[in-house]
Design a protein around this ligand. Structure first.
Ligand code: SF4
Ligand code: SF4
Length: 212
């Protein structure tokens, strides 16, 4: 029927308007900013960078692979990769971002950067009060502003963050085991080499130890 959608919408509005006098659940607006609606798990505004531990610079999970920079539709991520490497969140040596900026005045909150990141290093924040009176650069967020702790991530997205923590813990265990096996193999190889050197004849001495 022509206009059915409009009639349904108006009916819902009327139901909420009159219903709000008897049922608080129907009151869909609050007196912002004094009152705020609690944010739900899937709320997303702009991305932030997750770090582990107490030191945000050392603990950033980002390994500067630049996948998010390439995939970001409006191209508002700017990364400069390091020349050296440092251990990542699971203990492997990786590059890190010397510069990581996001222009949130361009970001459209699509979350593609989050979806493509293989390191769970970038997630969507729930903070939306980001206005600035600086017209030039006020909304270009650098990595010191983008970096937020894993505790913060757990607070704003508890279900998602718990799943990420569990997966990372498994990866860390695997990496530790790999490093332990590599160290054991290296020690065994060194011991075998030392044993072979001890069994070999002294330099200048003919094989079999015979002299004429
Ligand atoms: S949320 Fe979308 S637009 Fe914003 S930085 Fe990520 S990929 Fe780019
Ligand atoms: S945030 Fe993720 S995808 Fe982007 S550069 Fe860092 S590790 Fe790569």
């Amino acid at each position: 029927m022509l206009g059915e959608g409009i009639i349904k919408g108006l009916a819902e509005t009327a139901r909420n308007f009159f219903g709000s006098y008897v049922n608080k659940e129907r009151l869909t607006t609050v007196q912002y900013p004094e009152e705020r609606i609690p944010q739900i798990e899937r709320t997303r505004d702009f991305p932030f960078l997750v770090y582990d531990g107490d030191d945000w610079e050392k603990g950033l999970r980002c390994v500067s692979c630049q996948i998010c920079e390439k995939e970001c539709p409006p191209k508002c991520i700017y990364i400069e990769k390091s020349k050296d490497k440092k251990p990542d969140a699971v203990g492997k040596l990786q590059f890190y971002p010397v510069r990581f900026d996001i222009d949130v005045s361009v970001c459209m909150s699509c979350q593609i950067c989050v979806e493509v990141c293989p390191f769970d290093a970038i997630k969507m924040d729930v903070e939306f009060e980001l206005s600035s009176d600086d017209r030039f650069g006020g909304l270009l967020h650098h990595k010191d502003k983008l970096a937020k702790s894993n505790e913060y991530y757990n607070k704003i997205h508890p279900i998602e963050a718990a799943a990420v923590d569990a997966a990372l813990a498994q990866e860390r265990e695997k990496e530790k085991e790999k490093q332990r096996l590599a160290a054991a193999a290296a020690a065994a190889a060194a011991a075998a080499k030392a044993a072979a050197a001890a069994a070999a004849p002294a330099s200048g001495e003919p094989a079999g130890g015979e002299t004429k």
